[in-house]
Design a protein around this ligand. Structure first.
Ligand code: GLA
Length: 301
């Protein structure tokens, strides 16, 4: 049990390939990025939880309370105290702000290994928040290693770090926020498990793209990998049906820019952001550069 003040932080992520396959036991290729949620923990005799810039009873509280409830249920002893939360991960944009928050909280109040932190946080999201998510977001927020793609096999939760060759990640935020809990996320998972449906076909083909993508990255073939990202987007648009017309337009516009290898929606979809993989030096109006980052970080004060 932790008794000293510390700061724990965890990153948001963009997913490059393997969208909507984690809940079907597929492999995913996300990258943790330099947008982080930080939790400053000071032990005390009761929980006192604040988040900078958020209403005290806002949505964020469900994630924090969910994590603390799961830790208690699993018999993991924690010492109550002050949790001061701040974040640069935009919410409801497909960058996995909820997993960053969950992992930073669990990392602050326990000394559990990162993968175990991720497992408990996924449990909190599924059981306490009610989103039947896969393992991608929490595992990336906990275990990613900067400048690498976090290749996670969700059939057995093993992972390896795949170097991201000389490329730049851009992200564009079309201001289409949505809460995953308010989308057809859960309903589409049921369809994806049913052979013969479009969602199932997306899953099968996306898994094959991931296998091919890993081989292309090994050869540093970013152009080939980018093409797979764009194909993944088209499949999410047409088969999994979780894109958005504005996002589709941005993806098309990005793919017409010289030097861009590929572009796609990222995260659950039905809104959110677009991610593009480019050669260095490409300028796109309204795009922000993301830098790969490490997962859970704990620092004793
Ligand atoms: C959300 C979920 C993840 C994953 C993605 C889609 O981010 O939390 O588990 O299913 O959607 O790939």
């Amino acid at each position: 049990m932790i008794r000293q003040p510390l700061v724990a932080s965890a990153p948001g992520r963009v997913n490059l390939l393997g969208e909507h396959v984690d809940h079907q036991g597929g492999t995913v290729l996300p990258v943790a990025v330099n947008l982080r949620t930080q939790v400053r923990y000071t032990p005390g005799d009761r929980w006192e939880i604040t988040s900078e810039g958020h209403a005290p009873d806002g949505d964020w509280r469900r994630y924090v309370d969910g994590v603390l409830a799961v830790l208690a249920e699993e018999g993991i002893e924690t010492q109550p105290g002050r949790l001061e939360i701040s974040s640069t991960v935009p919410e409801a944009k497909g960058l996995s702000s909820s997993a960053a928050l969950e992992v930073a909280v669990a990392g602050a109040v326990t000394e559990l290994p990162a993968l175990e932190v991720a497992r408990l946080c996924q449990k909190a999201e599924v059981e306490k928040v009610g989103v039947p998510c896969g393992f991608m977001d929490q595992a990336t927020a906990a275990c990613a290693l900067g400048s690498n793609i976090f290749a996670l096999d969700c059939s057995d939760n093993t992972f390896f770090h795949l170097p991201l060759p000389n490329a730049v990640l851009l992200f564009i935020d079309p201001e289409l926020p949505r809460r995953v809990a308010d989308t057809p996320y859960a309903e589409r998972i049921v369809e994806a498990r049913t052979p013969g449906t479009d969602a199932h076909r997306h899953v099968v083909e996306e898994m094959a793209r991931v296998e091919q993508g890993i081989m292309l990255l090994d050869r540093e073939d970013l152009r080939g990998f980018g093409r797979l990202m764009t194909q993944s987007h088209e499949s999410l648009r047409d088969l999994y049906r979780c894109s958005h017309p504005t996002i589709d337009q941005i993806v098309d516009a990005l793919n017409a820019v010289p030097g861009i290898f590929g572009a796609r929606m990222t995260g659950a979809g039905w809104g959110g952001c677009v991610v593009a993989l480019t050669e260095p030096g490409v300028q796109v109006e309204g795009a922000r550069m993301l830098v790969p980052d490490d997962g859970l970080d704990r620092r004793v004060l």
